[in-house]
Write a protein that binds this ligand. Structure first.
Ligand SMILES: [Zn+2]
Length: 530
């Protein structure tokens, strides 16, 4: 409690549960089981309180000579593992160093001079599993190769199961660090012995047909992964750093994971207008804007999926293709083969399409292709790297696209952000931070009768208190007022005012506050973007 890991209420609740159970269970066990504290934090505190060092046997170099002093199977019944000799003492990691029976058992094999340390039970079990695999298969090359393959499969398999978007394998001077990006946030997965870096890198290069011998140039490749029921396509990138190659594996989504357009996160009334007045119109440009990682690509694919039917010809120029959608002609830009973005866009309208998907407007040329395609009666879906919807229009004009062209071709601009949702398993009502709300122009009166929520953090989702994300969407439709404002070269401030007052624009901030007040995201998450 002194360290702020536990509230008084949680502790009282734990005592109550412990008493109700009747049997003598350790306070720590109850705390962990009911998600009042993270196991790792508890071990940290115990280590500090009792003066035992905290070790991570899972990643430690365990001396096999000492480990094998005990017969096969013995470790199954003991939550401990010897690590190494330190002088004439043996360092041993115990799940509970105060357990005198365990301590005595250890002395039988490792001598009386023990140096006890404390470790996570899971970490001890993992280390024992690894050592036992080593024992049964012998420490020859065959074992090494299998171990590397297993390790890579385990990392990718876990990432798929946990619905991770990217796997980062980062060589550090003393270890290999593996992190997962989950719901947009990087979280630590595991550390591995640094000896594993070269074979692991080679293994991944083999999987994606990259050049194993090449270590001084950046490389890329694609992996079709299918192991133990976990299937996914992955895009691999090898980036040469001062500490060897950093590897990032992006897990590509399957068509079955496409988000339905109605599930994108628009309010029902906003969605109806977007569908009727933007998507269902036969021509015009629909732009999806936002910074990197705001879910633009997902939104584009949702639009494509909605428009995809047997009577519509859809063609794309993407850099690169991220989801494969049946029934549409997708082109993945590949400058290595001279299949450049420009070249592809030059050819795209000659394919008699109804819908043209331009992966991203990145310069004047791609902006012109989008506008020209719309002028000649095509529907264009594209993304643009701008902060908000009005900003998208302004930037198009700054690319020397005439205001009248912008106003007569663009039908809708969407701006969006992805915000994390409170974890459904541990969410509880929360009082909104009025200071922040006031800064955003809201009074306490505005947030009466709302349902702000936040997650306390639980074992299931790594104590973040969050699980999954929702999109917060600002949808601008270009009506008469907006078109006039553009043609009259109004300032972005004026255009914004007109869009709110006349065209009923619900801004990103408003959309976010609505979502937060319904308990679908939290004020702290909104603070990260506003
Ligand atoms: Zn939770």
């Amino acid at each position: 409690m002194e360290l702020g890991y536990l509230t008084e209420g949680d502790l009282e609740e734990t005592f109550r549960i412990q008493k109700k159970e009747g049997r003598k269970r350790k306070l720590g066990e109850v705390l962990i089981e009911h998600n009042f504290i993270e196991e790792r934090k508890l071990i940290d505190v115990l280590s500090m309180q009792m003066g035992f060092p905290f070790v991570e046997p899972q990643f430690a170099d365990i001396d096999p000579d000492i480990y094998h002093l005990v017969p096969y199977g013995w470790y199954d019944d003991h939550a401990m593992i010897p690590i190494r000799k330190e002088g004439d003492q043996t360092l041993i990691a115990f799940a509970d160093p105060l357990d005198t029976v365990e301590f005595g058992a250890a002395q039988m094999f490792f001598g009386t001079k023990l140096l006890p340390a404390i470790a996570l039970p899971g970490s001890i079990r993992e280390a024992i599993k690894r050592m036992e695999r080593n024992r049964t298969e012998g420490s020859n090359n065959h074992f090494e190769a299998n171990h590397v393959i297993d390790t890579v499969n385990e990392i990718i398999g876990t990432a798929i199961v946990e619905n991770v978007s990217d796997i980062h394998l980062e060589p550090m001077p003393d270890r290999l660090r593996v992190r997962f990006r989950h719901d947009g946030v990087l979280i630590h997965h595991k550390d591995f012995n640094k000896n594993l870096i070269p074979p692991l890198t080679s293994r991944i290069k083999i999987m994606c047909q990259a050049d194993i011998a090449e270590k001084r140039r950046h490389q890329g490749g694609r992996i079709v992964f299918n192991e133990a029921g976990n299937e996914a396509d992955l895009r691999a990138s090898f980036y040469v750093t001062i500490n060897r190659e950093k590897i990032v594996l992006r897990i590509l989504k399957q068509q079955s994971h496409l988000v339905k357009i109605e599930d994108l996160g628009m309010a029902p009334t906003v969605f109806e207008r977007f569908r009727e007045e933007a998507l269902d119109r036969p021509s015009g440009v629909v732009m999806i804007t936002g910074p990197t990682g705001s879910g633009k690509t997902t939104a584009v694919y949702s639009c494509i999926n909605y428009l995809n039917d047997p009577m519509t010809s859809i063609i794309t120029a993407e850099d690169p293709v991220e989801y494969v959608v049946e029934g549409i002609a997708q082109c993945s830009i590949n400058p290595k083969l001279d299949l450049t973005y420009e070249e592809t866009l030059r050819h795209i309208v000659r394919q008699d399409p109804d819908v043209v998907v331009i992966g991203e407007i990145r310069d004047r040329f791609s902006a012109e292709v989008a506008v020209q395609a719309a002028l000649t009666g095509h529907k264009v879906v594209t993304t643009f790297h701008t902060e908000d919807s009005i900003g998208g229009l302004i930037r198009l004009m700054n690319m020397d696209i005439e205001a009248f062209l912008v106003s007569s071709t663009v039908v809708s601009v969407i701006a969006q952000r992805l915000l994390r949702k409170p974890c459904p398993l541990c969410e509880a009502p929360d009082n909104p931070n009025l200071t922040i709300l006031r800064r955003w122009g809201y009074t306490p009166e505005d947030v009466k009768d709302t349902d702000f929520r936040k997650g306390r953090g639980c074992a299931k989702y790594r104590y973040t208190g969050y699980q999954g994300r929702i999109a917060v969407v600002e949808m601008l439709l270009l009506d008469e007022y907006m078109r006039n404002a553009l043609i009259n070269h109004s300032t972005s401030h004026q255009i914004r005012r007109i869009s709110i007052e006349k065209s009923g624009l619900i801004t990103l901030l408003e959309a976010g506050i609505i979502k937060a007040s319904q308990g679908k995201t939290t004020i702290p998450r909104m603070e990260t973007i506003f």
